[in-house]
Design a protein around this ligand. Structure first.
Ligand SMILES: [Zn+2]
Length: 475
C-alpha cells in the first residue's frame, strides 16, 4: 500500500471527449497518495494489479450492488455571500434584486466574523451536495474573501475565489470601491492567496459585471490577469435591461462581448455567467477566445432573466458548464442545474415547435403546400438535435465544467493521471428520495439519481483522493 491510497472496485460512470455517458462495470481504480488516479482496469486483472502496485487484495473497497462512482460536480458560478438569503427575495428582476436584496447584504461582509460563519456553511453545504469544485464570487472585501479561500481549503473543496471588483454602483453607492482601491486590493488578494500555497484553491479575477466597473478598471484587471496568467469570471447578457444599460455606459463598443474582449477579459481561462442573449456573432468571439459560458438555468428562471439556448452555444463550439448562481438561483445543487437545464431546453424546443407549426399552417393556408414535409418526422429530428439529454447534462455538470474552467487536464473524469474527484452514489440509501424496484441498467440508475436524487444518495465525496464527506471530526 505504499504507492496506493485507495483501491475501489465496482461500477464507474463518467464522460469522455467521445462519449457523454460511459458505464464501466467491474473495474478496479487505484488512487495514489497525491490524489491521482494510478490505474483503472478490468477487475479480472485484480491479482496482477495487486502484484504490480504492491497492495493487499483485502484492502480493496468493494462497492454495493447498486452503488457507483461518478465524477465530482463542478459549479462554475456561485456567489458565496448570497447563501445567507438563498430561497428568498426573488420577486424582483435582476437590477432591482441587486439593489434591494443583494448589495445591502453583501455589504455586511466587511465584518469577517459574518463571513467566517457564512462561508464555512456554504462550503459544507455545497460539498455535501456533490460540488467538488466551486467557482465563487465573494464580496468587495479582501479580508473576507481570504476567509472564503481558507474555508474551501479547510474542508477540502477545490475552488476559485473571486474578490469582487466594482468601482461604480449608482444604485447602492455605499457598496463600492474607488478604482485605485479595487486594483490595489485585487493585487493584494492574489498575492495573499499565492503565499498561502493552498493545494487546490486559487484566486480568480472578478469584475462583477460591466455595469459596476469603469472602463479603466476593466482594462487594469485585464492587464493584470494577463500578466499573472489568472482565471477570470464575470456576468454577461443576463437580462435585457442589463444589456441596455451596458450599451448606454459603453457607447464606443458594438456589443457587450466587446466590452470584455477589448479589455483582455475574454480568454481561454474566462468563464462568463448566463449569456442568455449573446448573438451568434458574439458566440463566435467566445469560441475564438476559448472563453466559456456558465449556464445558470435556475437563476435565469427565478429572476425572469431569460433562457440560454445551450444547444446553439454548443453548436458554436463554445465551452459550457453549469452554475447554480446562488442566490439568484435557489438551489446549491448541481443536480438542480441539470434538471433546470433540461427543462429550459425543452421549453425552447416547445416554443420553436409552436413557431414552426404556425409557419406550416400559414404555408398550407396560402396554398404553398410544403411538399414532402412530414411534421412528425420534423419534430423527431428537432428532438434529437435540440433537447438536451440527461447524458449531455451529466457531461456538462462534470467534464464540461472542467473544460469551462480549463482544468480538464486535472479533473472531470476517471482518466488515469487525473486527480480523483468523485462521488460515491448509493441509490439504496436510507431515506433515499427514490426507489430502485428491480434490476435496471446502470445508465438508468444514473438517470434516476440525476433526476430524482439528492444529497442523501451521496455516500461519500472525494476531492483529489481526500474523503471530504462525510465530514471528519477535525473539520
Ligand atoms: Zn451571478
Amino acid at each position: 500500500m505504499d504507492t496506493v491510497q485507495h483501491i475501489f472496485k465496482g461500477t464507474f460512470i463518467h464522460s469522455t471527449t467521445r462519449c457523454d455517458c460511459e458505464v464501466i462495470e467491474n473495474h478496479i481504480l487505484g488512487v495514489d497518495h497525491a490524489g491521482k488516479i494510478l490505474f483503472f482496469e478490468d477487475a479480472r486483472k485484480q491479482s496482477k494489479l495487486a502484484q504490480k502496485w504492491g497492495f493487499d487484495e483485502s484492502s480493496i473497497q468493494e462497492l454495493g450492488k447498486n452503488e457507483f462512482f461518478m465524477p465530482g460536480m463542478i459549479d462554475t458560478h456561485i456567489h458565496a455571500p448570497q447563501y445567507s438569503f438563498i430561497g428568498t427575495g426573488m420577486e424582483r428582476p435582476l437590477l432591482e434584486w441587486l439593489e434591494h436584496t443583494t448589495f445591502p447584504i453583501e455589504d455586511t461582509f466587511s465584518d469577517v466574523d459574518i463571513a467566517r460563519n457564512m462561508y464555512s456553511a456554504v462550503v459544507k453545504r455545497t460539498l455535501r451536495n456533490g460540488t467538488t469544485t466551486a467557482c465563487y464570487f465573494a464580496t468587495i472585501h479582501t479580508d473576507a474573501s481570504i476567509v472564503l479561500a481558507d474555508a474551501a481549503s479547510q474542508y477540502g473543496q477545490r475552488a476559485f475565489i473571486g474578490k469582487v471588483c466594482m468601482d461604480r454602483n449608482d444604485t447602492y453607492q455605499k457598496y463600492s470601491e474607488t478604482t485605485e482601491e479595487s486594483i490595489r486590493e485585487t493585487k493584494r488578494f492574489v498575492d495573499v492567496l499565492k503565499k498561502k500555497k493552498y493545494d487546490r484553491v486559487k484566486a480568480i479575477i472578478t469584475p462583477r459585471f460591466a455595469i459596476s466597473c469603469s472602463e479603466r478598471l476593466l482594462n487594469e484587471l485585464g492587464k493584470f490577469a494577463e500578466e499573472q496568467n489568472l482565471h477570470i469570471q464575470s456576468h454577461i447578457s443576463e437580462s435585457p435591461a442589463e444589456i441596455k444599460e451596458v450599451l448606454r455606459l459603453f457607447p464606443d463598443y458594438k456589443n457587450y462581448t466587446e466590452v470584455y474582449d477589448r479589455n483582455k477579459l475574454l480568454t481561454n481561462k474566462t468563464v462568463m455567467a448566463h449569456g442568455c442573449y449573446l448573438t451568434n456573432e458574439e458566440l463566435h468571439v467566445f469560441r475564438e477566445r476559448g472563453a466559456a459560458i456558465s449556464h445558470c438555468p435556475n437563476s435565469n428562471i427565478s429572476l425572469c432573466s431569460g433562457h440560454l439556448d445551450v444547444r446553439n452555444a454548443l453548436n458554436h463550439r463554445v465551452k459550457v458548464g453549469f452554475g447554480t448562481d446562488v442566490a439568484g438561483g435557489y438551489s446549491v445543487s448541481l443536480l438542480d442545474a441539470i434538471r433546470k437545464a433540461i427543462e429550459t431546453s425543452k421549453i425552447l424546443f416547445m416554443e420553436r415547435s409552436k413557431w414552426d407549426n404556425n409557419k406550416t399552417e400559414n404555408e398550407v393556408k396560402g396554398s404553398m403546400t410544403p411538399k414532402g414535409i412530414n411534421r412528425d418526422a420534423q419534430n423527431d429530428k428537432m428532438e434529437k438535435n435540440n433537447v438536451l439529454s440527461y447524458k449531455e447534462a451529466f457531461r456538462l455538470a462534470t467534464l464540461g465544467g472542467s473544460e469551462a474552467l480549463s482544468i480538464d487536464h486535472i479533473i472531470g473524469n476517471f482518466e488515469v493521471g487525473k486527480e480523483f474527484d468523485a462521488l460515491l452514489i448509493n441509490p439504496d440509501a436510507k431515506d433515499s428520495p427514490f426507489e430502485v424496484f428491480s434490476h435496471i441498467p446502470k445508465e438508468e440508475m444514473l438517470q434516476k439519481f440525476l433526476i430524482l436524487g439528492d444529497d442523501r444518495n451521496i455516500k461519500a465525496v472525494y476531492v483529489a483522493g481526500r474523503c471530504t464527506v462525510p465530514f471528519s471530526s477535525n473539520t
